[in-house]
Structures are given as structure tokens and as C-alpha cells.
Design a protein around this ligand. Sequence first.
Ligand SMILES: C[S@@+](CC[C@H](N)C(=O)[O-])C[C@H]1O[C@@H](n2cnc3c(N)ncnc32)[C@H](O)[C@@H]1O
Length: 337
Amino acid sequence: MPAIRVPKEKAEPVKRKLKKLNLYDGKRRPEREENHVLLPVLDDPIVKELGYEVLEVELPLRPERQIYKNLESVLAERLSEEELSYLRRYDVVGDIAIIQIPPELEHRIKDIIWGLRKVHPFLKVIAKKGFHEGAFRIRNYSIIWGEKRLTTVHKENGVRIKVDLSKAFFNPRMKGERYRLAQLVNDGEMVLIPFAGVLPYALVIARYKRVKITAVELNGDAYRLGLENIELNRKNLKGEIEFLHGDAFKVLPELPVFDRVISPTPRGVDALALALSRAEKWLHYYDFVHEDEIESFRRRILEECRRQGKDCEVKVKKVSDFKPHVFKVCADVKILK
Ligand SMILES: C[S@@+](CC[C@H](N)C(=O)[O-])C[C@H]1O[C@@H](n2cnc3c(N)ncnc32)[C@H](O)[C@@H]1O
């Protein structure tokens, strides 16, 4: 992704200028070199006309951890150091907070509710997080405070996403990843997204790029929410989204090939051969992999490329931690021919 390289002493004024021009990419962090600074910029042709040195580099995404720190410092008033150490990361989806409460903190639920409401006064629901279940990857939740609902509208990357956490999968932690992909996609591409859920990837990409997206989802509730989400964002979308209701394993073989396929694969499902078979230039394939098996995962993908007569380059990127030593990863597969 692009960055501008400027001498250290010019970094601040150039950053201000880029912000004024809406070209500064605040989602990524600048990086210091000895006498220079790399400033993250948006993938926009105007950047090249500004007269600075433009590079393609991977700058780190900004961590979204600050809000967790805030809860910790608010709760420090009421909880002991030991109790604070059991506090888990939590998510805010629209006006719903979702928190995992370990047995060691069950007796502190009231304080945790108090702390969450103090940090996020706009909250209307606080729910305790259970596990993902079944092929549709829906979690169990129990509401511990507020209105008795799990529907809300979540704002992310310039789009509004209606979700119903009791009926369809949604993970707000993939915000940075969706943004990364939206930056990689080029105007004019045909993009296929199987396992599309309520359409978070499709909406974010279509928000920024003039593309034609075909998305496929089997869960009827997620499909209906996805259709609502297209309407909710219609005025702000540059790209078009066609949403198909059905089983990706039956629908994809009937579709043509696409420039890019993005497969947010449900855990435990092997859709590699299927997704690769529809990709002409790029495949982004998500899976859950033990850190010791990342290289064998990469080789498995290269093997599938060979089997399908495709010459590929594969880079595997850790996207988030899933459980100790196991990561959600994305294989970025470039198909050379
Ligand atoms: C890990 S979730 C990802 C959803 C969405 N892309 C997101 O990031 O929020 C996987 C999705 O695949 C859907 N799904 C599971 N099996 C499917 C199948 N055979 N065909 C199409 N969709 C399927 C589930 O209902 C779920 O919405």
C-alpha cells in the first residue's frame, strides 16, 4: 500500500497537508527511518502528482486497543489488580457491548456493567459472549444489561452494517482486514465473495472501489440482512453488489471466473479448491492455522494451484489470534498465469 517518504523535519507539515487533501491514511501508522518518515497515504492517483517520493510498503495498522485500556483504568477504582488481570478484550457492535466474563469475575458483573457504561455512555445492550456454533457460525449470547435485543447498526469503514447477532455471524475485529482488502482491489474488477454473511466485505469494498461484486450466502437471515445493508448504503457505494442466496459449493461451479475471489471461509470448511477454481488473478483465502503449520498451509495452497494448472505466489498473513498458538490467517494468492 502506498506511503510518501519525506525528510524528518518536513513530516508534520506534509502530514497536515495530506490530511487537508483527504489523502492521509489514518488507519495505518507512519514509520520512522533514520532521517526520513514514511507517511501512509490512500491509494489515489493524485498522490503521485504531489511531487513526493511514493513507495509501496506495508505499514502497520493502528491497534484498536485504547478502548480496552480505558475500561481497565475505570475499573481499577473497584477491582483488585488480580481481578483486573482476568479482564478480557471486549467488542462494541453498534450500541451493543459484547464481553467474555471468566468464572473469576462472575461476582463482578455489576461493576463490569458500570465500567462499560462509563466508558461507552451510548450503550443500550451489554451481552455476555458464548461460542460460535454450526455452519452459520452464530454465537450464543446472554444479555446481562439493557434492552432485550441483539440487532443493531454498526458503523465501520464508512459503511453502515445492520446485524442481528442472534441470527447471523458478524465480527467487528475484521475492520482493519476489510480496509486492507478494499485498498488492494482495483477499480473495474469483478470480485466474488462466497460465505459473504451480512456483506461487510462487499460493502466496504464497494464503498471505495468501482467494482462489480457477486456475493453468496446460505443463511437466509444473513442474506435478508445483507439485502437491507445494500439499501442502507446504496447512496454511498461506488461499486455494485449482486447477492445470491445459496450453498457456495453448488452456486460457485455455475459462475464464471472472477478477477479476485475473497473467501471468509467458515471454520472447519475446506473451500480452497472451490474458491481457487473461480479466481483468475487473486485469491484471498481465510483459514485457522496453528503457528507451526503456516508453512505447510502455504505449501498446500501451492499444491492446489499446481493441480489446477495455475502458477501462483502465496503470502500468508496472520490476521488475528484465535486461541493460543492458533491464528486466523489470510493467504494472499497471486495467480501469475
Ligand atoms: C466466517 S462467516 C463470514 C461471514 C462474513 N463474510 C463476515 O466476515 O462477517 C462464514 C459465513 O459463511 C456462511 N456459510 C456457511 N456455509 C456456507 C455455504 N455452504 N455456502 C454459503 N455460505 C455459507 C455462514 O452462514 C457465515 O455467514
